[in-house]
Unconditional design. Structure first.
Length: 353
């Protein structure tokens, strides 16, 4: 069974930054994620959506953020195990943890850090008879490649940020675009809603208030979406592609069975250490709750930094962990690979291409 300092559950932005913060303190990590690729919900749900609140980066896409974080953790050589769901975590007699995955991988970890975002999650799906056979071909719950909608007749269902943002992104690429939502009230950013309604006023797209009640898909090819409008009349909308953004069903999955303190399906942590109710098991990111918690990537980064110090103290009881700065610490610079490994504490910093 591989032995490691830390097992991180979740390879999203916060999980990646947790690798970095642990690495600065000399802690190597194994990273486990149920998704088939690094990036978590950012990569899965909105890879091309702009993010504006990352310090010193005025704007970047979710995909770019994940790529930058991957570059940042390379000096620490984390091992990633993707497409693996952690099914069990058990404390051993020596206080370490036996971590097991759905693919029968096993790890002997000093600490476990849960950075699982919303936990296991699945999109809220369209419940009409014709839907299941079209998923991945003409019915989509996420956008992996915007180019596949170029020149197509597209219907988008939903009234939140994902639906409105993708409508604004795709409107100039498609042949026609109709947004369908059950009401005239939206959960998206007001400025984006106003922009969408302005496009409707100019005829570049349409908005229809109503509910999807069926699909016309002869021989498995989507042709029309049937919508019952607020006046009770069922209208048929020409469509080659249908995007449904009705949000997610957040579920903790196996984590719910690990005897950790929960509050409304979120892990309760100490905000000073981000330790859960089980010593040695920590949690950061959207999966945690504490007084004043804000579900922001920025907050998750802060949590990862404090968690790393607490994890180091747990792994080395009684050892004081000094606060050092990457701008001045030769040790941290050597760990980052920007200073040569020499005995000279004042050795010059090596430039990295």
């Amino acid at each position: 069974m591989p032995r490691c300092d830390a097992a991180i559950i979740g390879a999203g932005p916060v999980g990646l930054f947790q690798v970095f913060e642990l690495g600065l303190l000399g802690i190597r990590a194994q990273v486990i994620d149920s998704m088939p690729e690094i990036g978590g919900q950012c990569s899965e749900l909105y890879p091309d959506k702009p993010i504006y609140d990352i310090p010193a980066i005025p704007v970047c896409s979710a995909r770019e953020l994940v790529e930058r974080l991957q570059q940042q953790v390379r000096p620490f050589a984390p091992e990633f195990h993707l497409g693996e769901t952690v099914t069990g975590v058990a404390r051993a007699a020596d206080g370490r943890f036996h971590v097991q995955t759905s693919g029968e991988l096993e790890f002997d970890a000093g600490v476990v850090i849960i950075a699982g975002g919303l936990g296991a999650f699945a999109p809220r799906t369209l419940d009409v008879p014709e839907a299941a056979a079209l998923v991945g071909r003409s019915l989509h719950y996420k956008v992996a490649d915007a180019a596949r909608f170029d020149g197509r007749d597209v219907v988008i269902a939903g009234g939140g940020d994902a639906a409105i943002d993708w409508a604004l992104t795709l409107v100039e690429r498609v042949h026609s675009l109709v947004l369908v939502h059950r009401s005239g009230k939206f959960r998206a950013a007001p400025a984006h809603v106003a922009q969408m309604l302005a496009l409707c006023d100019t005829g570049k797209m349409q908005f229809l208030e109503g509910d999807i009640v069926g699909l016309e898909a002869p021989q498995g090819t989507l042709r029309q979406v049937r919508v019952r409008a607020r006046d009770g009349v069922v209208r048929r909308i020409d469509a080659e592609q249908l995007l449904v953004f009705w949000g997610l069903h957040p579920k903790l999955g196996p984590i719910a069975d690990w005897d950790l303190a929960l509050d409304n399906q979120q892990l309760v942590v100490d905000p000073a250490t981000f330790q859960t109710s089980v010593p040695g098991i920590f949690a950061v990111g959207d999966i945690v709750t504490y007084p004043g918690k804000k579900k922001l990537i920025l907050s998750g980064f802060h949590e990862a930094a404090l968690c790393a110090f607490a994890a180091r103290e747990h792994l080395n009881p009684g050892e004081k962990v000094p606060l050092q700065y990457t701008t001045t610490s030769p040790l941290l610079q050597r760990r980052l690979g920007v200073r040569e490994e020499t005995g000279d504490a004042d050795a010059p910093v090596r430039r990295v291409a």
